[in-house]
Write a protein that binds this ligand. Structure first.
Ligand SMILES: C[S@@+](CC[C@H](N)C(=O)[O-])C[C@H]1O[C@@H](n2cnc3c(N)ncnc32)[C@H](O)[C@@H]1O
Length: 360
């Protein structure tokens, strides 16, 4: 790996591994010549697979950020892959600095590399675990140490289920993970599809992966991928969209007409919420004085000019993000404190026109 080709124990460098091939698509160096050859054979016929990998990785990152903003403070990242491209804990901690993450994967290269890169990072662990054994994962000491199952969690099953054939019932496995989590938890799942790609390209991909360390790859239809979300509440993938599975590029996009590409259409994705009463620990709302922040030290942004304009500043305190709001031009006036979650809900409501009739 890293071209010095150090071979961690248990790793066969002569056979391509899906984790290292994925690293190669993303421009990483944690791969061997066998992985690079396998990727070259695919790229020769399916150059858009690189874009597909980036679209998928971008979905994972946007979904983690979206969940963190909504108060999710702990994540289980199954089939996490090599931690070489902005990982879950980095994305989550940009919002919630003490977010906890349990990474799992079955590939020994991922575990070796993960231990190297994440050693000493508090609140994060990477462990070897097979997705097909959910019960075993929930009994692992790192799971018990990092994840409080009484509190909502973010479950990431991103670009993993294609390695589980129908005969092993991946739908039932996903259900088992969800069953262990608290209501209010979120599932972010992506899976590759053959719906928009011509047969010879799919054949080439399947053929190359057949020689890898995980030889079964099963692209699925939109209906099959939608079944992973049975019993959950899918969130609308972008403003104005129906709550359904969509292509990776569309999720959380600003402009659906510009967000898709041939590559991004190779993955279906969604984020969905486990229904039921949530117990997300929304800390009791402090006053600005209790936040211990000087209003002068904040960057205030003004909504517009004129009477009634407001100023907003964001601050991190007590382990979460807060939105501070005051009347523009009244720096000594009262500052109202909202959790970032409340503020984002409010903004969503404004964008969706939910308050348009409020004054009448
Ligand atoms: C394409 S990578 C996806 C990495 C990451 N989730 C992402 O989407 O950015 C698929 C990962 O799933 C892992 N994987 C495949 N089968 C698995 C299994 N049965 N249990 C755990 N991990 C598995 C592979 O080793 C690989 O790291």
């Amino acid at each position: 790996m890293n071209d010095a080709d150090r071979v961690p124990r248990g790793v066969d460098p002569t056979r391509p591994s899906p984790a290292r091939m994925y690293d190669r698509y993303l421009g990483g160096t944690a791969n061997f010549p066998a992985d690079r050859d396998a990727v070259s054979r695919i790229l020769a016929l399916v150059p858009e697979i690189r874009d597909a990998a980036w679209a998928n990785r971008g979905f994972l990152q946007r979904a983690v950020r979206w969940m963190a903003i909504r108060g999710i403070r702990q994540f289980i990242d199954l089939g996490a892959g090599l931690p070489t491209q902005r990982c879950t804990h980095e994305v989550a901690r940009a919002i919630t600095p003490d977010a906890r993450v349990l990474y799992t994967d079955s590939d020994p290269s991922v575990i070796a590399h993960g231990h190297e890169i994440l050693a000493g990072v508090p609140g994060v662990a990477v462990i070897q675990a097979d997705f097909r054994q959910p019960a075993a994962l929930f009994s692992r000491p790192d799971m018990k140490r990092l994840i409080n199952l009484g509190e909502p969690a973010g479950l990431l099953i991103v670009a993993l289920t294609q390695f589980i054939p129908d005969t092993e019932d991946p739908w039932r496995l996903v259900e088992q993970y969800i069953a262990a989590l608290a209501p209010g938890s979120y599932l972010a799942l992506s899976a590759p599809t053959a719906d928009h790609t011509i047969g010879p390209k799919i054949d080439r991909i399947l053929d190359v992966y057949a020689s890898s360390t995980i030889p079964v790859t099963t692209p699925r239809s939109k209906a099959e991928i939608s079944r992973f979300f049975a019993g959950l509440e899918i969130v609308p993938p972008y403003r104005g969209a129906d709550p359904e599975v969509t292509s990776a590029g569309l999720w959380d996009c600003e402009d659906p007409d510009a967000a898709e590409s041939d590559g991004s259409r190779m993955f279906y994705v969604a984020v969905a919420r486990k229904p039921g009463a949530t117990s997300v620990a929304q800390a009791a709302k402090p006053t600005v004085a209790e936040l211990g922040i000087s209003a002068d030290a904040l960057t205030w942004r003004c909504s517009s000019a004129g009477p009634g304009a407001i100023e907003v500043a964001f601050a991190h305190a007590h382990g979460q993000q807060w939105a501070l709001v005051r009347l523009a031009g009244d720096p000594d006036g009262r500052v109202s404190v909202f959790s970032r979650f409340e503020w984002d809900c409010f903004l969503d409501g404004v964008r969706n026109g939910e308050f348009d009739d409020a004054a009448s």
